[in-house]
Design a binder for this molecule. Structure first.
Ligand SMILES: Cc1cc2nc3c(=O)[nH]c(=O)nc-3n(C[C@H](O)[C@H](O)[C@H](O)COP(=O)(O)OP(=O)(O)OC[C@H]3O[C@@H](n4cnc5c(N)ncnc54)[C@H](O)[C@@H]3O)c2cc1C
Length: 385
């Protein structure tokens, strides 16, 4: 049997890709090395922030609009609520990249928003205790997606549409022979007309050129959940998700966080936690006192009412590209092979639309109706590196 497409990796991006391919009536096989829904990759930890006032670049906004639509479509198909709207706060020094980037997206795409100083923000959302030099952009459409549940939902709906999904089956190698793709796992050999690589932190082990081009470098991250002294200030409906930067001892640090949901605690993480580049097969998955201290400092400084006992901590992985934009492209030597990688710690909210784009690549030979020029693997490094 020859599959129309084989999807390597059934995490955030892969589960959505399998769904979109199955929905188009294609014969699809999804291969996952661990369980469906595991905690060794990038998508666990209950939920992920979604925000429309996109500080990273206004060109993400059209993709985000489609992502919201597709998350709602998945909720309908799965009969389950997956997207929660809390509003979002993008905060930092007034001239910093987050505030200016968020405002640029709001202006370019006409997004309703409010600019608040730290006193106004605290009055409105008392969990926030920012110093007076920080400013915030509040945008009403931000919120979070239940990332773990979304993967289960995509897998279940894809299966009901006829997709084959095999967990606990690791892809060892792939090759292109006489126009079709041969995929060798630790159990079987499969043939497909197309291969879509959605391997998350393992991407550069599957497609070596990603590593050489610094498009998918895995990095260890840590999340913490703490019990607030005033839980009512961090409840759903009372606390918008946030993305913030602050100058601390001369360094610009960036944090993100979410209201209490699932784990009974306020959730916070630091972008590029301790700047640890790792091999995902050998990473230290334990959290230690240094990890906790890094995150505690931010909680104490900006959310003192949440500085209670630790409820949970977990490690996770970013997969960074050199410019922190995604990689959505076909392989330069093998047009049958396409890659979704390098999500650089901000990809999950887009998983719904990334699946649609990767299904477009399969159906239309690397083309899609979306403007994805920002994500081509051939984009050139700038002085930034
Ligand atoms: C701590 C943390 C917080 C984050 N917060 C946010 C946020 O708030 N908002 C947001 O939008 N994004 C956020 N992100 C980023 C987002 O979670 C990721 O961009 C997204 O989950 C990446 O999905 P993925 O499918 O690429 O990776 P994964 O979900 O890890 O999926 C890759 C899959 O491929 C499988 N695989 C790899 N190699 C093989 C092989 N050889 N054979 C078979 N299977 C294989 C893996 O086992 C894995 O299941 C965060 C990330 C982290 C780590």
């Amino acid at each position: 049997m020859i599959y129309d497409a084989i999807v390597l990796g059934v995490g955030g991006m892969g589960s959505s890709t399998v769904y979109h391919l199955a929905r188009r009536g294609l014969r699809v096989l999804g291969l996952e090395q661990f369980n469906i829904g595991h905690s060794f990759g990038s998508s666990h930890g209950i939920n992920r922030i979604i925000r429309l006032a996109y500080a990273e670049d206004p060109r993400y906004v059209p993709l985000l609009r489609r992502s919201y639509e597709l998350w709602r479509e998945l909720e309908f198909a799965a009969g389950e609520r997956l997207l929660f709207i809390t509003g979002s706060v993008d905060a930092g020094p007034p001239n910093g990249a987050i505030v200016q980037g968020s405002l640029a997206s709001c202006k370019e795409h006409n997004l309703p928003h409010e600019v608040l100083n730290s006193t106004e923000l605290h009055r409105r959302f008392p969990g926030y205790c920012y110093p007076k030099e920080l400013m915030a952009v509040f945008q009403q459409d931000g919120g979070f997606v239940l990332s773990e549940r979304a993967i289960f939902a995509y897998v279940a709906v894809a299966q009901s549409l006829g997709a084959a999904i095999h967990a606990r089956e690791r892809v060892r190698s792939w090759d292109v022979k006489r126009g079709s793709v041969i995929v060798q796992t630790d159990r079987e050999t499969y043939r497909g007309k197309r291969l879509v690589v959605c391997a998350g932190p393992w991407a550069s082990k599957i497609v070596r050129r990603l590593e050489n081009a610094r498009l998918a470098t895995p990095e260890r991250q840590v999340l913490i959940w703490t019990q607030p002294h005033h839980p009512e200030r961090f409840q759903l409906g009372k606390f918008p998700v946030f993305n913030m930067e602050a100058v601390e001892s001369g360094r610009l640090n960036r944090y993100y966080g979410l209201p209490i949901f699932g784990v009974p605690g306020f959730k916070l993480g630091k972008y590029h936690h301790r700047k640890q580049k790792v091999d995902p097969d050998r990473m230290n998955r334990e959290c230690d006192a240094t990890d906790e201290a890094v995150l505690r400092r931010a909680i104490r400084n900006y959310f003192p009412d949440a500085d209670g006992p630790t409820m949970a901590m977990t490690t996770c992985l970013f997969t960074n590209s050199w410019d922190e934009h995604f990689v959505l492209d076909t392989h330069p030597e093998y047009p049958q092979v396409s890659v979704a990688a390098g999500f650089s710690g901000h990809g999950f909210k887009f998983a719904s639309v990334v699946g649609e784009i990767m299904a477009d690549f399969v159906e239309h030979g690397g083309c899609t109706r979306f403007d994805i020029s920002l994500f081509r693997s051939t984009r050139l490094p700038t002085e930034k590196q």
